[in-house]
Design a protein around this ligand. Sequence first.
Ligand code: ZN
Length: 510
Amino acid sequence: MTHKYEALLQDLKQRLFEIYDLNGIASLLHWDQTTYMPPAATQARARHISLISRLAHERLVDPEIGKLLDALRPYEESLPYDHDDAALIRVTRKDYERATRVPSSFLAEFLAHQARTYDVWTKARPANDFSMVAPYLEKTLEYSRQLANFFPGYEHIADPLIDFSDEGMKVSILRPLFAQLREALVPLVKAISAKTPPDDRFLYRYYPEPDQLRFGLDVIRAFGFDFERGRQDKTHHPFMIRLSLYDVRITTRVKEHDLSEAMFSTFHESGHGMYEQGINPDYEGTPLAGGTSSGVHESQSRTWENYVGRSRPFWEHFFPKLQSIFPEQLADVDVEAFYRAVNKVQPSLIRTDADEVTYNLHVIIRFELELALLEGTLSVRELPDAWRAKYREYLGVEPPDDKDGVLQDVHWYGGHIGGAFQGYTLGNIIAAQFFEKALEEHPEIPDEIRQGRFDTLHGWLREQVYQHGRKYTPRELIRRVTGQDLTLEPYLRYLRRKYGELYQLDLDNE
Ligand code: ZN
C-alpha cells in the first residue's frame, strides 16, 4: 500500500471509529433505558439518545467521507474481494450511500411521526381500538413508500426496505420461497393438530426466579457465551445489544409460572450475543463489527434456542440438572415428557409465543400483508379483516379482537411498513442450512451436545460465520458456508424428521 492510500485509510478509520463509539454510547443509553432507568427519566433519556444519534448520523453523512471513499476506490479495486480493507471500504460505501440518499429533513419528519404513532399504539392496543391508530398507519404507509423511492431502480417497492435489514434479499426471491414454505407448513400443522398434544402443564408450575436465572446462565456459559465480555439483565422485551466487541449484553424476562419464557429467551439472545462476541477483533471501531443481516443474526439465535436447546441430546444432558434445581416441580416428569412438552406445536394467535412449526406462518402472514399494503392492493382500513382471514386460512385460528390481531406487533407502529418481518423466517431457513453443514462436517456434534459440550459447534460457527461480521453479504456468506444459495430443503427435512417422529406422522419425506 502506498503512503497516499495509507494516510487516506487512516483518516477514514479514525472518522469511522468516532461514529462507532457514538453509536456504542447510544446503545448504552438504550440498554440502561430498558433495564435500570427510573421511569421519570423517559423524556430526558429520549433527548440524550436523539442527540448522540444525530451526532453519529452527521458524522456519517459528512461529504469528507464520500471524498475519502472516492479517493480510495483505486486501492479497493487493486485488492482481492475478501481483503479486509476492501471489505471495509465496500461496506462503508454502502452505509454512506444509504444514509446520504435520504434527506435529513425527511428522516426527522418520519422519525417524529413514528414516535407519535408508537405513542398512540400503546393506547390503542389495550383499548382494542384499531381505528385510533389507523390514520397514523396510513401516513406511515405513505412515508414508507417515499422512503423506498429514495432508492429508485428497484424491482418491487418493498425491495429497498427489505435491503435495509437483509441486504440483497428481494421480493422476487422471498415471495416464491415463503409460498413454498407455506404450502409445506399448512398441511404439516393440520396433521399435527389432528394428534393428541403432549401434556405440558408441568411447565406452568411455580419456578422461583433466582433458580430459573441460575439455570439459564449455567447453560449459556456452557454454550460459550463470554461473561468477561457480556452480561445478562432483566427487561420487558428481551434483546441483545453491542456497546463494543468487548461488551455484548443480553436481556431476559422471567415468569415464575412459565418455565419456558426466561429459559428459551436466554438461549435465543445468547446466540445473538455469541455471534457479536465472535467477530474478528480487528474489526472493532469499523462498520464490519456487526452481524451481516437480520436473517443471519436470527439464524444464530435460532440455532442455540431450537436446533440445540430444543433437541433431545441437549435435554438428555440438562434435564437431570434442571430436575435437581426443581426437584418437587419436576418430580413426576421424565426427560422424554419434558422434551415433548418443550416441542409442543399448537396454532395460536401470538407470534412471539409460537412454536417452531407455526412460527413461520405468523411471519408469512405479516410479510404478505406488508407487500399488499405497499402495492396498494390492500388498504389500511381493510387490514384487520385481511389479518383475520389469513389466520383462519393458514393457522385455523381467528383472533377474537384486534388487540391480539393486527395490533399485536410493534414493528409497523414504531417503524416503517416493509422489510420488518422476513428476517425471522429467513433465520430459521438459514439456521437449518448452516446446522446441516456443521453436522455433515462434524457428525460428532449431537454426541457432544449429549455430554453438555458445545465447543465443536461453537468453534465451527465462529470460524464459518461469526468472525466475518459484515464482511460478506448474507447471500455471499450462505454460499461460502454451504456451497449453495438460500434453499428451503434442509429446513423442511429438519422439521419433517423432528416433528414426524414427535407426532408419529406419516409424511412423504421429500
Ligand atoms: Zn432474535
